[in-house]
Design a protein around this ligand. Sequence first.
Ligand code: 6PG
Length: 231
Amino acid sequence: MKREVVRSRNFVHDAAEFILQKARVALAERDQFRIALSGGNTPRPVYAELARIGRDLPWDRVFFTFGDERCVSPDDEQSNFRMARESLFVPAAIPEKSIARIRGEIDPQIAAQEYQDGLDLLAAQRGEMIYRHDLILLGMGDDGHTASLFPGTAALEEKVRKVVANFVPKFNTWRITFTFPLIDQARHVCYLVNANKNVDLLQKVLGGDRQFPSARVEPANGALTWILGEA
Ligand code: 6PG
């Protein structure tokens, strides 16, 4: 696994440009760009910038998935889909057929299974054993979680399923999340992190401290990039 750490004083622009560059390579090589979006707050301005600088991208050949989703309706302010719709899908006029939304509003187990079934079907249509993202965006929480893989939760140990419902005791709620088997299949994984948050945690995670889920992502045949925004 190739890993690079990019420290940027122009985080939003550099992150958006990185995504655009990955899109252009994937479209040139495979005529499609498969990207998984991360949630939370950090990516919002990056998605808005991507919508602004990616106007000429053939969005109908970009396919969006979500690395995780909260168990809420798509109009809930907690919804990762809602954040992406407001910052990217609407401004860039992304066609609905290019977006695979996790149905956070239904039973978590069913939502996870139907999402995994959808990815399995897309992979089979391409003759792949498992759906391979060109790029998976991830964030890092203050406890070192990524996607909805939180420390001490069951999903961390999942070795077979690609998308699961994961109970998160600290929030007393369910989340739907990619698992490491799916994340590690990506051609490229990119963490988008505000480097000023929890410098000590970031140092431990970049040092490979596996008590933190963010340190356990290891693309099997892919690259890993950390883009750290510095004030
Ligand atoms: C979510 C995200 C989550 C996020 C981290 C960091 O659904 O919340 O997928 O993994 O990336 O919590 O969030 P911030 O970028 O807001 O710090």
